[in-house]
Design a protein around this ligand. Sequence first.
Ligand code: MG
Length: 312
Amino acid sequence: MKLASIVYGTQETVALVWGDDLVDFGRGLQIYRLTKAGEAGPVPRSIQDLFGQVPGGKEFHRYLADVVSFLDRHNYWVSLKIGGSPRLRPPVARPGQILCLARNYAAHAAETSGAPPTEPIYFAKSPRAVIGQEEPVIYPAGAERIDPEVELAVVIGRRCRKVRREEALEYVAGYTILNDITDRHQQQLDIQAKQPWYRSKSYDTFCPMGPVLVLTDEIPDPQALELTLRVNGEVRQHASTSEMLFPVAQIIEAISQHITLEPGDVIATGTPQGIAPIRPGDVVECDIPGIGKLRNPVVEEKAPATASPSGS
Ligand code: MG
């Protein structure tokens, strides 16, 4: 099952991706609840909102599958493309936290002159940086080197603390794509100064995410996906998630030993080799077949308006 957080007109809701169509899952959920429980409840305005409205834990996927089967049986498929042009928002627009793996592909560790780690290394990225499909990445004025990084992103569906890797994937709602954009020059300066590199990863718009959330029913094995990053159509990164040093289950085990993960939290699982800079005017496309293509143009930061002379 593929879900999208969308906006059409002034409405925000959740859509089910059905072939090439986007159908109204928010209203569908209301009809399901009205029929089953006598109360429609509010329309979920986003996937994050949906997490708070449907049963969590192991019931999550079963419940959503039941809703879809109900809508299918009653032929309740209202296309959101009729009479409007729905716009995709990030699947999770404001995650509680975004944790990112560093050097989780050996060949990328080698190109950044870092040794392959012996345990998962992770850092945080500001949730404020998240943008969605087709939204512009703002290229900071005066920046020396900005790099995109294609990554498989895990979206947590169930509160998790100190889980073993054998059961870790049960806590995953689904997967999406995250472009971990980095001010590489600033990051190197901060590393040399023995400072954290949070800033270089967290500028506004430096976290494109999407285009949709694919639930685990469609991706039973997150280590069998292909990642490609193209800039202006030219392939820069291409690898398989089978090349990760630490697979998704082990990452969740490691993080959850110390940090509780909540529904809607996002884990970016690291980028493969092939990092190279982008420039204003470029178009970046992160592609994982089975999830989709996350596409974002790069635009130059506008210079601040010049202050008018005093006394005028
Ligand atoms: Mg990264």
